[in-house]
Design a protein around this ligand. Structure first.
Ligand SMILES: Cc1cc2nc3c(=O)[nH]c(=O)nc-3n(C[C@H](O)[C@H](O)[C@H](O)COP(=O)(O)OP(=O)(O)OC[C@H]3O[C@@H](n4cnc5c(N)ncnc54)[C@H](O)[C@@H]3O)c2cc1C
Ligand SMILES: NC(=O)c1ccc[n+]([C@@H]2O[C@H](COP(=O)([O-])OP(=O)(O)OC[C@H]3O[C@@H](n4cnc5c(N)ncnc54)[C@H](OP(=O)(O)O)[C@@H]3O)[C@@H](O)[C@H]2O)c1
Length: 549
């Protein structure tokens, strides 16, 4: 099979070089990354890609699979959607749907990229808007592919409920009944207990340790799982919406008030295509043309990126939007996932999260990340929150408690590793534990310092390697520290250690993987090709685990 490279990655290797397609893609990306030839960096095999190679296209919920088309070379979160779609050209529809996903396998949609796309293809999942990291681009592409599929009678898709092509909030029509708290479609209730700021004064970051009570919720979790929460919008933003629309807060929408619906049922950022479509129906002239362009993914005023729902309404001053029509045009509120940073063994009936507050400003208006600031400022002890556990498919502790583990988690990426360490400490696991943590400054951003120092003293944490990116004039990251201690890291790997990476998906995860390949090559006395194969094998053996977002 010939490997097609993303268009912007030039093929650096000679065509006759003796590599498998996957190795060729990886190496081309690797060299391109080193030489600065493209912005998509290294194209490496992910655990899911390896799984896909072995297992073929998954068939979620009995979804019919058009044919086994082998690898998924687009399964790399650093490749832009246009290039992913090019890579998937000519592939079966379900695979092109998969290529439209953000490729993070983050669990936000409730499953993996491959499973979610297979469910849409099988028509067992009517919602096309669940891939949060993919945003509007993914939803638009899925809608296009779905419409193509509907127009193509030759494609055998099996019976299923009619799809609402425009994004809908309706849960899966045929979803199997599940226990409350085990899926986004069947949340339970957790109670907010407390939050503690993890940064010290002077930090540029605002990261919270959040504690939730699970008593009576029926929610159960394992370390490595993520916690899903349905947040509420900022009341100030809701007030501004009501004021801009000129609608009374108690205007009735079914059995609720308009204010309530705006608060917890719809997303107020970003403005969806359907809102611009609605605006185009109730305006005329230039304004109508602009609204139509925005609804079609255009950007007539080069400001589309900045338009949340309020900014979109304010862009068309004076329009009169019916509240019911507005609600129908908006996207439903999506839950947010957070890596669990506790173990039930040390925190019975409780869960803790490590949440970085998202705040930024656009055109003089403060914008707030919905869920992160919900936890940072809008919850108080005793509040009950809709919540569930998203099981981790490939991010659990090794079954053998004597297996050594290497954990790499800068920033909030440390969250699941605090959970792993608590769990191993409580169970008396004898496997060695090595944590790489990094953040901006040692004095202000050393999360859980006291705990980690104490665990080190107790020899639960065998080794702690730190990297501070802003303490000196030069950036110094976890992967730089890994390279410094590469010989020891190789020794751990050679002794069977599992490796875990958590945190930023866009850059850090790839940079860490690149560093690992270098370490294997240098200290494992392997050629680059062999080192790549070694890391690829770690994934195949389920010894290289990633939880990135
Ligand atoms: C499996 C998984 C585990 C996760 N674990 C954690 C964790 O442990 N801790 C954690 O903090 N997060 C974690 N996240 C991320 C988390 O789910 C949320 O995405 C994050 O908290 C932001 O959500 P929000 O609702 O606060 O922001 P949103 O309301 O979703 O807003 C975020 C959006 O705002 C925009 N934005 C952000 N900053 C800027 C800027 N400077 N300029 C312009 N636009 C901007 C971007 O479009 C961004 O997508 C995890 C995600 C996944 C999938
Ligand atoms: N969806 C959202 O809006 C949202 C919300 C929260 C977090 N996130 C993302 O989640 C991730 C975690 O955020 P966080 O606040 O925990 O910390 P972070 O922003 O990832 O920063 C943690 C540390 O990693 C460093 N870093 C930056 N680039 C790196 C790279 N290529 N390789 C290794 N380390 C690198 C940072 O250094 P410098 O900063 O000094 O370069 C910092 O020291 C980030 O990607 C963040 O953007 C997204």
């Amino acid at each position: 099979m010939t490997q097609t490279l993303p268009l912007q990655i030039p093929s650096i290797l000679p065509e006759n070089a003796p590599f498998t397609p996957a190795q060729r893609a990886w190496l081309n990306g690797f060299f391109a990354g080193y030489l600065g030839l493209d912005r998509s960096g290294v194209k490496a095999l992910s655990p899911e890609e390896n799984a896909a190679v072995i297992a073929g296209v998954p068939s979620a919920g009995g979804a019919p699979v058009e044919e086994d088309d082998g690898e998924a070379p687009w399964h790399d979160q650093t490749i832009p959607i246009d290039e992913r779609m090019k890579l998937a050209e000519g592939r079966p529809t379900a695979r092109r749907m998969m290529a439209a996903m953000a490729q993070q396998d983050c669990g936000q949609c409730g499953s993996s990229c491959a499973e979610y796309s297979a469910s849409i293809f099988a028509k067992s999942e009517p919602r096309l808007n669940l891939c949060v990291p993919g945003g509007k681009e993914t939803a638009r592409m899925l809608k296009k592919l779905y419409e193509e599929m509907e127009a193509e009678p030759a494609v055998k898709t099996g019976a299923g409920p009619a799809i609402a092509v425009l994004a809908e909030a309706t849960p899966k029509a045929d979803a199997a009944p599940s226990l409350a708290g085990t899926s986004r479609d069947n949340p339970s209730e957790a109670m907010f207990r407390a939050r503690t700021l993890l940064n010290k004064p002077g930090s540029a970051k605002e990261t919270w340790h959040v504690e939730l009570d699970l008593a009576g919720s029926g929610i159960d979790y394992a370390v490595g799982d993520a916690f899903g929460v349905y947040p509420k919008n900022d009341p100030k933003l809701v007030e501004d919406m009501l004021h801009t629309l000129g609608v009374a807060p108690d205007y009735a929408i079914s059995d609720r008030t308009f204010r309530q619906v705006l608060t917890d049922s719809v997303s107020l950022a970003p403005a969806p295509d359907s809102l611009f479509q609605l605006i185009s129906y109730i305006t005329g002239g230039d304004r109508r043309q602009k609204a139509k362009q925005l609804a079609d993914g255009g950007d007539p005023d080069r400001d589309a990126e900045t338009l949340d729902v309020l900014a979109a309404l304010q862009k068309f001053p004076g329009i009169k939007v019916d509240p019911e029509a507005l609600i129908e045009a908006l996207e439903p509120m999506q839950p947010r996932l957070y890596s669990i940073s506790s173990s039930l063994k040390t925190h019975p009936e409780a869960v803790t999260l490590t949440i970085d507050a998202v705040r930024y400003e656009i055109k003089g208006r403060k914008r707030l990340g919905v869920a992160s600031t919900f936890f940072a400022e809008r919850t108080k002890p005793g509040d009950r929150l809709k919540a569930y556990v998203q099981k981790a498919a490939h991010f659990s502790l090794p079954a053998d408690p004597t297996t050594p583990i290497i954990m790499i988690g800068p920033g909030t990426g440390v969250a699941p590793f605090r959970a792993f360490l608590h769990d191993r400490m409580a169970s008396g696991a004898t496997g060695r534990n090595w944590l790489f943590f990094g953040h901006q400054r040692r004095d202000t951003d050393f999360f859980y310092e006291d705990e980690f120092v104490d665990m080190k003293a107790k020899n639960v944490l065998t080794r702690l390697s730190l990297a501070w990116s802003r303490d000196t004039g030069e950036k110094f990251y976890v992967q730089d520290r890994m390279r410094q201690v590469g010989r020891d890291l190789w020794a751990w790997l050679a002794e069977g250690a599992h490796i875990y990476v958590c945190g930023d998906a866009k850059k850090m995860a790839k940079d860490v993987e690149r560093a690992l390949v270098d370490i294997v090559a240098q200290h494992g006395a392997r050629s680059l090709d062999e080192a790549i194969a070694f890391v690829g094998n770690l994934k195949k053996q389920d010894r290289y685990h990633q939880d990135v977002y």
